[in-house]
Design a protein around this ligand. Structure first.
Ligand SMILES: Cc1cc2nc3c(=O)[nH]c(=O)nc-3n(C[C@H](O)[C@H](O)[C@H](O)COP(=O)(O)OP(=O)(O)OC[C@H]3O[C@@H](n4cnc5c(N)ncnc54)[C@H](O)[C@@H]3O)c2cc1C
Length: 449
């Protein structure tokens, strides 16, 4: 009889439980919070009040693990979005509309979590214990033998720490010197403010609207996506102390300062804005378990507990899904009791994390106040990516390549394919025939603004 304990029933923990349910006889998920059967933000996952888009790489895995979940989410009000009517403004223009390769399903984070939790509850060999605070892991004879809750040891062959960025297990193991991985932090001090607007079909000629940062002119972001309940979720964000504020006049002033006027027009025109929630994210943080020798048999770390990125790029949940998938592959190859498992898993996970880390943290270095370990070649990559962004204002093919990379479906090296590079270079040759650039969308309840 093999067993696993997963600490934390948020996105990483739930997806890990799903993967392990195929490979381990008994899986117990322990969650500190009492979990209600409603799609509302939870106290220990405060980021759930803010825009949460599951990138395509994560959606693909979700659908593979829970067949039909996309239809179920759509029935509950989630909205498919794609490149044909997308308004993404960056570096002086909107990305060319058209076939961007893949669609995404837009909903609130609490809805996603609730539906996944229901699917997990339906699995025979998974038990979800809520209201259970894991105090620490037990280390005996050089391996983790289980977790300790209120002084009682719960044994398992494998403990997976999915308890988030501030994991107390990570702190316990680090402070006792048992497992102290090197940690990389790159400051960004990202400040979010989010709320909801009522959504009607004639609000706006598009599926979604994003005004991304356009360094060095603007490091501010605004995004408006359709979600369940016929609502738009509105998220505004600034970095390095530039907080949007949550009072109505502050929100409007911030929205009006964005380079695309459409964000403010939609905020002003779509109806009453709900109260706004705020969130502060200090730094991207990565614990490098792949660099530790030896690791602890019986124990691995997954999700934000291993790595959390500047959230603007929307990568955390998809990256957690990819890590859970890699853990499944490793358990399948080695067995859940293998002493080799943590090393092989964390090497795989590190390769997965490398791509979103490079995208998010690399771009953060465009801001002069960003401080931390900067990978060699970051400035050259940023200069090239800026050219890709500009060229994708007029090339649907480039918009598609860029979209697939940002969604972690394709590796970043796709942007270096000869056909992509040729398009980027051609776009900067004066006089070459180009597709028409998009003007600002028409926004407002009567669609006449
Ligand atoms: C403002 C913001 C916006 C974001 N937007 C996006 C987005 O658009 N797309 C995206 O993919 N990602 C986004 N993210 C990232 C995403 O929220 C995380 O990557 C995601 O939640 C996965 O985290 P996790 O499950 O590892 O940890 P968390 O979500 O932090 O969950 C940890 C869980 O562990 C539980 N727990 C903690 N300690 C214990 C303990 N001792 N015992 C028992 N249980 C415990 C907690 O209660 C919680 O349920 C965003 C993040 C922020 C901050």
């Amino acid at each position: 009889m093999t067993s696993a304990i997963v600490v934390g029933a948020s996105v990483a923990g739930l997806l890990t439980a799903r993967v392990l349910s195929d490979l381990v006889d008994e899986v117990v998920v322990m969650e500190r919070e009492r979990l209600d059967d409603v799609p509302l933000p939870r106290g220990h996952v405060p980021q759930g009040r803010h825009l949460h888009l599951l990138l395509t790489a994560g959606l693909d895995l979700l659908v593979a693990w829970f067949p039909g979940i996309d239809d179920e989410l759509e029935r509950m009000g989630a909205v498919w979005i794609d490149g044909t009517r997308a308004w993404v403004y960056q570096a002086g223009g909107y990305r060319a509309q058209g076939d961007w390769g893949r669609s995404a399903l837009s909903m609130t984070r609490p809805l996603l979590e609730l539906v996944v939790r229901h699917r997990i509850a339906a699995l025979d060999n998974v038990r979800l214990d809520d209201g259970v605070v894991v105090d620490r892991v037990d280390v005996s004879a050089g391996r983790v033998s289980g977790v300790v809750v209120g002084g009682v040891l719960h044994r398992a062959d494998l403990v997976v720490d999915c308890s988030g960025r501030s994991s107390r297990i990570a702190h316990q193991l680090e402070s006792s010197g048992v497992l102290a991985p090197p940690v990389t932090r790159v400051t960004i001090d990202c400040a979010y403010a989010s709320g909801f607007l009522p959504r009607s079909t004639d609000d706006f000629e598009g599926t979604f609207l994003v005004c991304a940062t356009s360094p060095p002119t603007s490091f501010r972001t605004g995004a408006i996506l359709p979600v369940e309940g016929d609502r738009w979720i509105v998220t505004l964000a600034g970095v390095h102390g530039d907080a949007p504020g949550t009072a109505e006049d502050e929100v409007l002033a911030f929205a009006r300062s964005l380079l695309s006027p459409a964000v403010a027009q939609l905020v002003e025109g779509a109806g009453p804005l709900s109260s706004m929630a705020s969130y502060r994210f200090p730094s991207s943080q990565r614990r490098h378990y792949e660099k530790v020798r030896p690791l602890l048999p019986g124990f691995v770390t997954l999700g934000d507990a291993a790595c959390s990125f500047n959230p603007i790029y929307g990568q955390g949940m998809a990256c957690a899904a990819l890590q859970a998938d890699a853990l499944g592959d490793t358990v399948r190859e080695l067995g859940v009791r293998s002493e080799e498992l943590p090393r092989r898993y964390h090497r795989r996970a590190a390769r997965i994390i490398d791509a979103p880390w490079a995208i998010a943290v690399g771009a953060d270095f465009l801001h002069p106040k960003t401080v931390g370990a900067k990978a060699r070649g970051t400035d050259q990559v940023n200069r090239y990516v800026l050219r890709v962004v500009k060229a994708s204002h007029t090339s649907v093919q480039l918009a598609r390549s860029f979209n697939l990379v940002l969604n972690l479906v394709e590796p970043t090296r796709r942007l270096l394919r000869p056909s992509v590079v040729a398009r980027v270079l051609a776009s900067s040759v004066p006089g070459r025939r180009r597709q028409t650039r998009l003007g600002h969308p028409r926004v407002g309840p009567s669609n006449t603004v």
